[in-house]
Ligand binder design. Structure first.
Ligand code: IPE
Ligand code: IPE
Ligand code: MG
Length: 261
């Protein structure tokens, strides 16, 4: 398991293109409503946008793209919508796994997927196995994922793996059991659909991510909208608690020196 620098300890390497982008794809329902369509139509269009954004990220050399597809709280939606979302997930896994593989993309799914049923569990296992050696980008789908769930399962596994240890656990120890321990922390967090909240997404890993909120609904998001988010990211100075001068000394000058001041 590779170990990545921690944003609360080191100054992670900052590149012009975010290594890891995490997105809350929100607004499918409202997109459909605006068009007097059933919510399902928004979710279908949302899957097409996933395809476009995945392609755009590969083309821009993003190494990790993480998409929040279904939260641990989304079970509270009407049964009909939950079942429709499950169907879409099945269709996407069946249709896209091969294409992802052809494009050198590794697929990983995080979250407690057992409650989705045997079919999804099997399709996920098959797609993860098929794409496991791919290196052009890692696409992570968070399904029945919750940041609190992740911290709890990491804590349980940490204690189980260290039955003798009474206390003094470190951040690194815990981080090693999070479901995305295989990826660096997100550099850029995007939420579409106008809300400005985390909705129980990657609570631990967003500690020092740059946040970008847009009113654009997910079905209207496209590669140009992605570029706008990346441009905004490039204007930020990521200080990780330090001063600008310290960053310059560490060889991490701001990505783009802004002329605003
Ligand atoms: C995001 O779109 C997709 C999921 C949460 C599955 P929504 O379905 O939340 O769309 P809005 O927020 O109701 O518009
Ligand atoms: C967050 O969207 C979860 C996903 C996009 C999968 P929600 O639409 O569920 O979030 P809230 O309820 O508005 O916070
Ligand atoms: Mg929503």
């Amino acid at each position: 398991m590779p170990s990545f620098s921690s944003s609360t300890r080191d100054i992670p390497q900052v590149k012009e293109i975010p290594r890891h982008i995490a997105i809350i794809m929100d607004g499918n329902g409202r997109w459909a409503k605006q068009r007097m369509l059933p919510r399902a139509a928004g979710h279908k269009r949302g899957v097409e946008i996933v395809r476009e954004v995945v392609k755009a990220c590969v083309a821009r050399n993003v190494e990790y793209l993480t998409l929040f597809a279904f939260s641990s709280e989304n079970w509270r939606r009407p049964a009909e919508e939950v079942s429709m979302l499950k169907q879409l997930f099945i269709m996407a896994l069946e249709r896209e796994a091969e294409k992802l593989h052809r494009n050198g993309i590794r697929l990983r799914v995080v979250g407690d997927i057992a409650p989705f049923g045997k079919k999804i569990v099997e399709l996920v296992a098959r797609a993860e196995k098929l794409t496991r050696a791919n290196e052009s980008m890692t696409l992570t789908i968070a399904a029945n994922y919750g940041g609190r769930w992740d911290l709890m399962q990491a804590m349980h596994r940490l204690i189980e793996a260290n039955p003798e240890q009474r206390g003094g656990f470190t951040e690194e120890q815990l981080a090693g059991f999070l479901s995305m321990a295989y990826a660096p922390e997100p550099d850029l967090f995007i939420r579409t659909g106008g809300e400005q909240r985390i909705s129980n997404f990657l609570l631990w890993q967003l500690a020092y991510s740059e946040f970008y909120f847009t009113d654009t609904l997910w079905p209207d998001f496209n590669s140009a909208a992605l570029d706008k988010a990346i441009e905004s990211y490039q204007q930020r100075e990521r200080r990780f608690g330090r001063t600008s001068e310290q960053l310059e000394l560490a060889g991490q000058a701001p990505l783009v020196k802004t002329e605003l001041a």
